[in-house]
Each structure stands twice: as structure tokens, then as C-alpha cells.
Design a binder for this molecule. Structure first.
Ligand code: TYM
Length: 323
């Protein structure tokens, strides 16, 4: 079995991009040796109220379980419950360079909001630690994490060269459809938890009426031709890609079935609603029993800690720390 690891920040309600770019692929990979975590430490990199972080974390965990993450088949845990993540991040910070962190595009995009705080700058190193601690071979993520995965690979290789073989060098697993779901109102920008765009973002918890309203209002263009062309027709191409991802098809194949934008939009809204409805029902059940959520996460943390402790000790010994 292949070791798989991925994580999601609890910094807002999970949206369609998270679902198509990552979560449903996590579910599909559960027959492997999979580790999935809610990366709560990462959510501290931008200003957030403590009460909001607490709520978001439980909601995020409930959303993942409702989406089909099965804690009996994978190891499902909260990042902050396993103290080796920041510990290993420190060792990796001592091999990472300012230059490579400066090149991270997500940092450049978000740095204004963090008002110069160091955590946002070093966050990709913490992400590398999340991955390397578990000897992950495959990391299912959306397209926006490509550069961070590349950094994790570089840090692993540099560490191995300097201190001897210690880490597995991971690979990103990026889906062919749904890897970059765009904002419905601004289809040149990706759908995002941290940017407020209520009409452009479809939440996992949106009811059918909201989904229909948002998809109907999705920005398209005026030439009236249903065709997949990300550059010339970003809005329509985004809808085609969403439907392709939801129906395991290709955007080009979907385009052949539609002549009118309105029909395409109705089909997209229906596919989203049909996918999300059962998730929402299960979500309510998980949210009604926070004690059970905590119990599940604590079992996951115990399992994750066993693996993480082993890797951390290996890395610590390699750099010369006395175990
Ligand atoms: P985060 O929390 O922003 O997003 C979680 C996952 O959702 C994907 N995603 C998208 N996919 C398609 N279209 C979109 N519009 C879209 N927006 C988000 C992301 O690519 C991601 O897979 N740094 C990570 C979290 C992280 C992590 C890790 C991931 C921390 N440690 C270790 C993998 C392994 C992040 O902020 O993702």
C-alpha cells in the first residue's frame, strides 16, 4: 500500500474547490495507507478569533467525515494534536532558505493580510513537515499547492544530501478535472475560503436554492458558444470543468452535449446539489455530537503520533540532537 497524506485548513467553510480539488480524491484514496489532517496550526497564519478557529475546526472535521472520510479506514486527526509537526518544521527551517520562501506565490498574495507576521512566511515549511513526518509518497492536492509540494521535495532532498537518507521524497497528486475551480463571479481567480466572494463561492453546506442562484448568476461571456477554452472563455470553461469533475467526464466531452448556457448552468447546479445533499445530511449528524467528533480525532492523533514520533526521532538523530 502507498502512504498518502493531505491536509486542509479550518479557515472557513469548505467549498466546491476544496471538494473537487482535494477531498473527494482523499476519499478515493482511502484504500491506501492514508493520513488526513485538519491543519489548524496553519489557520493561525492569518488573523482569526479563537472562538472562530474552534468552531471552524469542528465544522471542518464534521464536513470531512460527512464527505466520506472514514476514520476506520484512514488515520484522521488534528495537526495540533501531534506536536512533532512544529518540531520537525524547526529542523526543516534550518535547511530552508529565505530566497526559496520568498518565491512562494501564496505568501506574496496573502502577505498584506498577515501584516508582516513571520508565521505566514514560514508556513510552507510547516506544510513540508506535515508531509515528511509521515513518509508520504503521494499528496492529493489542488493545483494551487504545486509550489508548496515542490518545496517539500526540495527540502527533503537537501536534508537527505546533507544528513544522509532520512525522508521519503513525496509527489503531488493533482486531479485532471477540478484541480483549479474558479470563482463563479471572477472566473480568472480561484475559488477561495479566505477571499470574501459570497456569490462566487459555493459552500459544501449551501442549500439547493443557493446553489441554483449562484450558478445561474455565474459570469460567462456573450458569444453564446459552449466551448472549452480556459483563456478565451474562463466562465464557461469553469462550469464545464466542474461538471466534468462531478460526472467523471472531460470538459470537451461535456461541451458537446450543450448548446445553451442556461441548460449547462442548470445541469451544473443539479450535479452539485445531488453531490452535496447527502453530505449535508451526514454533516448535521456529526455536528450534533461534538463529543464523538473529539473521540474520533483523539484516536487518529494517537495513531498519527506513533508514525510521526518515529520519523521525528530519525531526523533529530540525523542532525545530531541526542535522543
Ligand atoms: P487549503 O486549506 O487552502 O485547501 C485544501 C485543499 O483544497 C484545494 N483547493 C482547491 N482545489 C481546487 N480548486 C480550488 N479553488 C481550490 N482551493 C483549494 C487545495 O489545493 C488543497 O488541496 N497548505 C494547504 C494545506 C496543507 C496541506 C499540508 C496539504 C497543510 N499541510 C500537507 C497537503 C499536505 C492549504 O492551505 O490548503
Amino acid at each position: 500500500m502507498m502512504r498518502v497524506l493531505s491536509g486542509i485548513q479550518p479557515s472557513g467553510t469548505i467549498h466546491l474547490g476544496n471538494y473537487l480539488g482535494a477531498i473527494r480524491n482523499w476519499v478515493a484514496e482511502q484504500h491506501e495507507d492514508a493520513y488526513y489532517c485538519v491543519v489548524d496550526l496553519h489557520s493561525l497564519t492569518l488573523p482569526i478569533e479563537p472562538s472562530e478557529l474552534r468552531e471552524n475546526t469542528l465544522e471542518c472535521a464534521a464536513s470531512l467525515l460527512a464527505s466520506g472520510i472514514d476514520p476506520e479506514r484512514c488515520t484522521f486527526f488534528l495537526q495540533s494534536h501531534v506536536p512533532y509537526h512544529p518540531q520537525l518544521a524547526w529542523l526543516l527551517e534550518c535547511v530552508a532558505t529565505m530566497g526559496e520562501l520568498n518565491r512562494m506565490t501564496q505568501y506574496k498574495e496573502k502577505s498584506e493580510k498577515s501584516q508582516g507576521k513571520v508565521g505566514l512566511f514560514t508556513y510552507p515549511v510547516l506544510m513540508a513537515a506535515d508531509i515528511l513526518l509521515y513518509d508520504a509518497v503521494s499528496v492529493p492536492v489542488g493545483d494551487d499547492q504545486r509550489q508548496h509540494i515542490e518545496l517539500a521535495r526540495n527540502l527533503a532532498e537537501r536534508f537527505n544530501t546533507r544528513y544522509g537518507p532520512t525522508f521519503v521524497v513525496p509527489e503531488g497528486a493533482i486531479p485532471t478535472a477540478g484541480a483549479r475551480v474558479m470563482d463563479l463571479q471572477q472566473p480568472e481567480r480561484k475559488m477561495s475560503k479566505s477571499v470574501s466572494s459570497p456569490l462566487g463561492t459555493i459552500s459544501l453546506l449551501d442549500g439547493a436554492d443557493d446553489v441554483v442562484k449562484k450558478v445561474k448568476k455565474a459570469v460567462t461571456d456573450t458569444d453564446g458558444d459552449v466551448r472549452y477554452d480556459r483563456v478565451a472563455k474562463p466562465g464557461i470553461s469553469n462550469l464545464l470543468e466542474i461538471l466534468a469533475a462531478l460526472t467523471n467526464s472531460t470538459p470537451q466531452g461535456i461541451a458537446e452535449h450543450f448548446e445553451r448556457y442556461g441548460d449547462l448552468k442548470m445541469a451544473v447546479a443539479e450535479a452539485i446539489t445531488n453531490t452535496f445533499r447527502p453530505v449535508q445530511e451526514r454533516y448535521e449528524t456529526y455536528m450534533a455530537d461534538p463529543a464523538e467528533l473529539r473521540r474520533v480525532m483523539s484516536i487518529g492523533a494517537d495513531r498519527a503520533s506513533l508514525v510521526a514520533a518515529e520519523t521525528y526521532r530519525r531526523a533529530a538523530a540525523a542532525v545530531g540532537l541526542i535522543n
